[in-house]
Design a protein around this ligand. Structure first.
Ligand code: SF4
Length: 331
């Protein structure tokens, strides 16, 4: 039986391994901020054999986390086999998907039957117009929402997987972020985790000027309202690459309080043996990095919140976007 990743994070003195598979660069969406620059790069998919070899090379096993992402993993013709191989290792297996193909109940069931630990699905708006405007595909909202209903139906009867919903902070979503979060959380009240995330500054995101200026007071107000909205609805809110210093002090305190109720201090369990392995068609065996995604990358190490803040310069490469960042001297 796999150890829940979040539980393992709370154990003392353990090494944490994340094995991340970018199984395909292909995607059935055309998001204007695409994090993996999918339309511009046509590399082959990772094969099941390459994934087996990569697992053997890294020794991925029980207690580790294996992440399947893309592009869009559901366009990979052998996704189910990949998931079965990863689940067989005993790792905590997470599937990132736009959820559109899960609108087909038979397909959804065949994927969920593989024994995933967590599924993570993004929504970028509060209705079909706002969401489809971001994905570039008419009808994508309806398919993703239907896919999520299928996931929740399965989860209700089988107990797994954990369901994570997610939205991104972009120049388009920031205008309606509180409304989007409120709508999503009320549509899916039994969601396990809700992630509010900054935007990876991919070439596509940079070309479309999708980054927001965190020094802009109006945009910051929207961000603060969005965080409060999620907290008031009572969701388990994960702030991914959202610099905590851009939040109003009262909002920040409430988020810290909600977090302290549900988890241990992040990183308590890490040892120097913790690592992150990234594999894709260019690096099928995987590239091992010590410095993995749960570590704060903010240069302000004197900040009181450095150990809990997941700010990452990869998301805020633009000096404009980073202009609101300043160390917290008192919490
Ligand atoms: S200064 Fe850095 S560590 Fe501190 S809250 Fe801001 S982004 Fe996070």
């Amino acid at each position: 039986m796999s150890v829940k990743y979040d539980q393992k994070l709370c154990l003392g003195g353990v090494s944490l391994h994340i094995h991340y598979f970018n199984v395909t660069y292909r995607c059935n969406n055309r998001c204007y901020f695409c994090a993996s620059d999918s339309p511009s790069e046509f590399l082959p998919d990772l094969t099941v054999d390459e994934i087996r070899k990569s697992i053997a090379h890294s020794g991925t096993g029980p207690g580790d986390m294996a992440v399947v992402n893309g592009g869009e993993p559901t366009v990979h013709p052998h996704l189910r086999e990949i998931l079965e191989v990863l689940v067989d290792t005993g790792a905590y297996v997470v599937l990132f998907t736009n959820g559109r193909k899960l609108a087909d109940p038979a397909y959804a069931m065949s994927v969920l039957r593989c024994g995933l630990s967590r599924i993570s699905v993004p929504l970028y708006g509060y209705d079909a117009t706002t969401h489809d405007d971001c994905t570039g595909i008419g009808g994508s909202w309806h398919e993703t929402v239907e896919g999520l209903h299928n996931v929740f139906r399965w989860r209700e009867s089988m107990g797994t997987p954990e369901v994570e919903l997610k939205t991104l902070i972009t120049d388009r979503t920031i205008g309606y972020l509180p409304r989007a979060i409120s709508t999503i959380l009320r549509m899916f009240p039994s969601v396990d985790r809700f992630v509010l995330s900054g935007l990876i500054q991919s070439d596509t995101a940079l070309a479309s000027h999708a980054a927001v200026d965190l020094g802009n007071p109006q945009l910051l107000e929207q961000l603060n309202r969005a965080v409060m909205e999620a907290l008031q609805i009572g969701s388990r809110l994960i702030l991914d690459s959202v610099p905590l210093c851009v939040l109003n002090p009262d909002v920040r305190i409430q988020w810290l309080f909600s977090r302290s109720k549900r988890s241990c201090a992040r990183g308590r369990g890490q040892t120097s043996e913790s690592y992150f392995v990234y594999a894709d068609a260019k690096f099928p065996e995987g590239i091992k990095e010590r410095d993995w995604w749960n570590i704060s990358h903010c240069p302000h190490e004197q900040c009181r919140l450095h150990s809990v803040c997941r700010m990452n310069p990869r998301y805020f490469r633009s000096p404009i976007a980073a202009s609101g960042i300043r160390p917290i001297v008192e919490v």
